[in-house]
Ligand binder design. Sequence first.
Ligand code: MG
Length: 273
Amino acid sequence: MTQQQEAPPPPVIKTAEEIAIMREAGLIVAEALQAMREAVRPGISTLELDKIAETVIRDHGATPAFLNYAPGNHPPYPATITASINNELVHGIPSAKRILKEGDIISLDTACFHKDFVGDAAFTIGVGKIHPMAQRLIDHCEKALWAAIEASVAGNRVSDVARATEKYAHKHGYGVALEYTGHGVGRKMHESPQVPNWWPSGRRLRRNQIQHEDYMLKPGMTYAIEPMLIAGRNELAELEDGWTVVTKDKSLCAHCEHTVAITDGKPLILTLP
Ligand code: MG
């Protein structure tokens, strides 16, 4: 799940023991995502996918982290996953009425609490046979995530991670979501730092547009990176349900996410199967 703009306190540095627990949480999330990946097909409802993920999470003795989550003015979130179809970018609410069709693309995102720590991850997948341009969008979203993961090394800053996503997306002709960000993960689902998909530069920086705290990355920091790539204009709207975020021009968009831990070397990808 993404975070909206707000100013959180400094990042919490986790111990090796805490990161080991977060890896367990990440593996539960990975298993839930994999179970949904195998179930995606024309004719299945997003509520059925939700139940698949919830079953995996509860079978491990973990708790769905999205369920009843209610930040800011949002109503309590009613499900285990977010299921965002086609021009829905993030936070689509599962429903028995939302039946997947051949050619759709869907972003599936879930998180759990396990031994008081959170794992959070997402992917976008095609339903049946999809248009090559839709597949291209999904593939580049994944590659943008890997570019941002590569930038997640001690001594870099949050802005290096954000710019890695932005640079990759722009190079391939996609916009990124401006108003939603990745986020620190730990005992809470949304901690510091915010990890945007972009970083202001030039005119935007001079105008002081959306300034995030540019923390230096240190071993023990744990955060979720979540590229949100948009094929059309990056103007977004929130639907009346108080959650679902869509592109105003109805263009396709993709979202993927891993939770990572900063180390002395390469980052640990806590939600990688
Ligand atoms: Mg998230």
